[in-house]
Design a protein around this ligand. Structure first.
Ligand SMILES: *Cc1c(COP(=O)(O)O)cnc(C)c1O
Length: 396
């Protein structure tokens, strides 16, 4: 057994987090939209080129804000991948929407744009592409279909900070986008998120929905002389203590990102021989960049993945699988229209995420790589133990 435990994730403190939290506390204003929140907003808008952003308490909340902003009502339909986190559909289900799940591509778990058009009905309101592992979905065809059918596009960019599509920052392309700063993401604040508003028609109302349905933000800017209840909403703004933590991370984003992509590339280099035996590694199309969010393998079968996880756990390494297709979940199975989504199910059974965090040492990573390569050398000797999955080749 390896002498040190290699966890899946380890939240990274870049240095100034507690100092800034103390500063926030001493400033005497620790509720929302204080000094650090404004600094974070300015960073995204002025340095990264976002039109408008609002920090939120989570990405889940940013998605819920998006559903409110679109005035989703019962019976509206929203198209999204089945291979995603529950928050993606849940935000729309809370407003009564019906979720129409699309399959992933064979290349990577992102939703297949070629399937979207056939899923559109007169009740369709929005498409929600999820940039899985921070790798861009093919957004041009998605935006083109949306524009042609008058639909909104909400990017679930939870994993997609500092990642690009044809040179454009993810989260700046759809009408709205939601980011996460949960401790498992690249840039963190414990819990936290952000709504990016690219269609500025939504901005004033986004501020109102985030402030319990009041026009308090405008009041604080001196634009009106009293504030009141003007719309529905909730409390979606984070304390400035959270923003103080986040600011320390954003200050060090370049360093965090170069470290994470370095680790990602070392995985790819070491494990690329597995491509020859039919194990899939993350595929980054020409139009996308890599933000080092996640490194995964797609094993050839569930049995093979289970055996590999077992081996890694006995060796003190903690790999984890990921989403379970939401169209087969206990909550949604009887609401799904019955279409099979084989690629989503394949990633459900076979995708395995490897440890990836700032402080992962090269020698620890080398150990993980040797374990995996050794495992496949052994299975090559007795391949019948892990029969390859029988996947239809449609939807390439
Ligand atoms: C992490 C994640 C979320 C949820 O983010 P929170 O900030 O924890 O609410 C939503 N969607 C995807 C794709 C995610 O990876």
């Amino acid at each position: 057994m390896y002498p040190t435990h290699i966890p899946f994730n380890k939240p990274y403190l870049s240095g100034n987090e507690t100092r800034y939290i103390e500063e926030a506390v001493r400033s005497g204003k620790i509720s929302g939209d204080g000094m650090f929140t404004k600094r974070c907003h300015r960073f995204f808008e002025q340095e990264l080129g976002f039109k408008k952003v609002l920090l939120t308490t989570s990405c889940t909340d940013a998605l819920e804000m998006a559903a409110m902003l679109l005035d989703i009502v019962p019976g509206d339909e929203v198209i999204m991948p089945s291979y995603t986190f529950v928050s993606t559909p849940n935000a729309f289900v809370l407003r009564g929407a019906t979720i129409v799940f699309a399959d992933s591509t064979a290349l990577n778990p992102n939703m297949d744009p070629a399937q979207i058009e056939a899923l559109i009905t007169p009740r369709t309101r929005a498409i929600v592409p999820v940039h899985y592992a921070g790798i861009a979905c093919d957004l041009d065809p998605i935006m083109e279909i949306a524009n042609r059918h008058n639909l909104f596009v909400i990017e679930d960019a939870a994993q997609a900070i500092d990642s690009f599509y044809k040179g454009r920052q993810l989260g700046t392309i759809g009408h709205l986008a939601a980011f996460s700063f949960h401790e498992t993401k690249n840039i963190i604040s414990g819990e936290g998120g952000m709504l990016a508003i690219n269609d500025l028609r939504f901005f004033t109302r986004a501020e109102i929905i985030r402030e319990k349905g009041t026009n308090r933000s405008s009041f604080f800017r001196g634009e009106i002389d009293k504030y009141g209840w003007v719309d529905y909403g909730s409390s979606f703004l984070p304390s400035d203590i959270i923003a103080a933590f986040l600011w320390a991370q954003l200050e060090n984003m370049a360093d965090i990102q170069s470290k994470r992509t370095h680790i990602w590339e070392r995985y790819y280099q070491a494990l690329s021989p597995l491509l020859a035996v039919g194990v899939q590694l993350p595929a980054i199309p020409d139009y996308a960049t890599n933000n080092g969010h996640m490194f995964y393998l797609v094993c050839r079968s569930l049995a093979e993945r289970t055996a590999l996880i077992e081996l890694m756990r006995t060796e003190n390494v903690q790999p984890v699988f990921h989403y379970l297709s939401l169209h087969t979940s206990s909550f949604y199975a009887d609401k799904h229209d019955g279409r099979p989504l084989p690629h989503s199910d394949h990633y459900t059974d076979c995708l395995l995420r490897l440890p990836l965090y700032y402080e992962l040492k090269d020698e620890d990573q080398d150990f993980v790589n040797q374990l995996i390569l050794g495992f496949y050398q052994d299975t090559q000797k007795s391949p019948a133990v892990f029969p390859a999955a029988n996947l239809p080749v449609s939807g390439e």
